[in-house]
Ligand binder design. Structure first.
Ligand code: GLN
Length: 487
């Protein structure tokens, strides 16, 4: 390859790194505020708030299937990213308006925009590497670090501004940074050369009913906005929708798999196995954006040396903050192990991710057992997250890379969409698990009384996660065999 590299990575990786960094700043900045905004400002009851958070987060990761498909067939990754970025900016700015109608509509625009943006920027990272390029995994890890630098700053800043100053300023701040991400990408995309361009530009320009197809796609996709608003108002419909879409996704992958020759088929089945388990991972992990936000506000001692730290900012800064710190450790660990020919296979890493997450939730639980006046120690809270995030790093960046490796080229974007759809399933279940941690209004401001509502569930999550981890580790030799020559 005659193209320039920075360090060992293609230089375009840095363009995608910074674009995604600012996009995730806005995404997580806003998400940090959602549950607390609903409970404390909109005065929704807790089960309803968890239901809406679950629906929002599930939809955010459902539409990437559509966005991935539209990019594969018509738009190409780059157009999809730009259009998605525009919609997300609009969504954040709508949320910044202190109007009653703005809440659901703003979230609906963000959902639609994320569908175009999120899967396609990850697929674009995949195009920077030739097949079996050894830099692919570390490239994705670096990209993942960009995601989390953005998420850490977003959680910290928007969490602080939203909780301490004004919720809508917090949402607005998110919008400004999304716009920044968009500018970075629009300005730097030339360096991508032919990558991510529309697969058939003529088809895109061709007119249907006098309107170029490209604009029809943009305009047509906006139908999602009122549909989503309707779904928020009837979020119980989501149960059926998720089950049906989940079924369709699984049947689709199996159908494609069984049309292929043996090696390709087994690879897709291996990918499907790991995608299905990732649902459970996110269901536990995403307590972070739901129940653990309220837990941090109610039951974590935020007093440090006389100062009282803002709970939302802390809870939303810790996970991505740990990702950034631990990414260095894992980058070193994987290379160190690879040199000794001992790097664990992808399914083994997946198994470990659950075991590590179990350790994190166990620490939360033990801290609850040792709480003083209903408040757990902040250090224990931070340490619990450290293990959960170590788990994340054995699954999430590895999963992105795995999808681009195990899927046939023509299906990469759809499979990326399905990978994110598993997050949607997880987020949806996370809302249900969160509901089980609803604290009755009468004791919401009584730390001693609210603590047991969390402690019991935290223990159950730890046990379930350990069980899943052991199960995957036991099956890992088989899954590894399915992966064939793919490392
Ligand atoms: N935190 C990661 C991101 O925002 C992973 C999210 C996910 O796949 N659920 O990209």
């Amino acid at each position: 390859m005659s193209e320039k590299t920075i360090g060992k990575q293609p230089r375009q990786l840095y363009l995608l790194f910074f674009t995604e960094m600012w996009e995730r700043f806005s995404f997580y900045g806003m998400k940090a505020l959602l549950i607390a905004y609903m409970v404390t400002e909109l005065k929704f009851d807790e089960p309803k708030s968890y239901g809406i958070l679950g629906a929002y987060s599930a939809l955010v990761y459902t539409v990437p299937m559509l966005g991935g498909m539209l990019a594969d067939r018509f738009l190409g990754y780059r157009r999809a990213i730009i259009y998605g970025g525009i919609l997300m900016t609009i969504g954040h700015l709508v949320l910044a308006l202190p109007q009653e109608w703005s809440f659901f509509s703003g979230m609906a625009f963000i959902i639609c925009g994320n569908g175009f943006f999120k899967p396609n920027i990850s697929s674009l990272v995949g195009t920077l590497y030739e097949e079996n390029d050894p830099r692919r995994d570390s490239g994705f890890s670096l990209f993942y670090m960009g995601i989390n630098i953005g998420a850490a700053l977003g959680g910290l800043l928007c969490g602080y501004v939203g909780q301490q100053i004004n919720w809508h300023y917090g949402f607005g701040l998110a919008g400004i940074f999304m716009f920044l991400g968009l500018i970075v990408f629009a300005w730097g995309q030339k360096s991508l050369g032919q990558r991510g361009l529309a697969p058939d530009k003529e088809a895109l320009q061709r007119k249907t009913l006098g309107i170029p197809n490209e604009y029809l796609i943009y305009g047509g996709s906006l139908i999602i906005v009122p549909v989503v608003v309707a779904l928020f108002n009837r979020h119980e419909v989501m149960d059926y929708m998720m089950a049906i879409l989940g079924g369709i996704a699984i049947v689709y992958v199996l159908w494609e798999a069984f049309r292929m020759e043996r090696a390709g088929r087994n690879k897709l089945i291996a990918a499907l196995f790991m995608i299905i388990f990732s649902i459970l991972f996110w269901a536990f992990y995403e307590q972070n954006a739901g129940s653990l936000n309220l837990f941090a506000m109610r039951n974590v001692d935020m007093n440090v040396m006389g100062a009282s730290l803002p709970a939302l900012a802390v809870n939303n800064f810790l996970p991505p903050g740990w990702v950034v710190v631990l990414s260095f450790f894992f980058a070193w660990l994987w290379t160190w192990l690879a040199k000794r020919n001992a790097e664990p296979s992808t399914p083994v890493k997946f198994g470990w991710s659950f075991v590590l997450m179990a350790a994190g939730f166990l620490i939360f639980y033990l801290a609850c057992q040792n709480a003083t006046a209903g408040l757990i120690n902040l250090f224990a809270f931070a340490m619990g997250y450290m293990f959960i995030i170590a788990g994340e790093l054995c699954l999430s960046p590895i999963g992105l890379s795995m999808v681009t490796k195990l899927s046939p080229l023509r299906m990469v974007a759809v499979m990326m969409g399905i990978w994110f759809f598993a997050s949607a399933g997880g987020e949806f279940l996370a809302g249900k698990i969160g509901k089980l941690m609803s604290v009755p209004e009468a004791v919401q401001n009584n730390a001693v009384a609210s603590l047991p509502y969390y402690a019991t569930m935290l223990k159950k999550i730890a046990i379930a996660s350990a069980g899943a981890g052991i199960f995957i580790l036991l099956l890992s030799p088989l899954v590894k065999k399915w992966m064939g020559d793919t490392k």
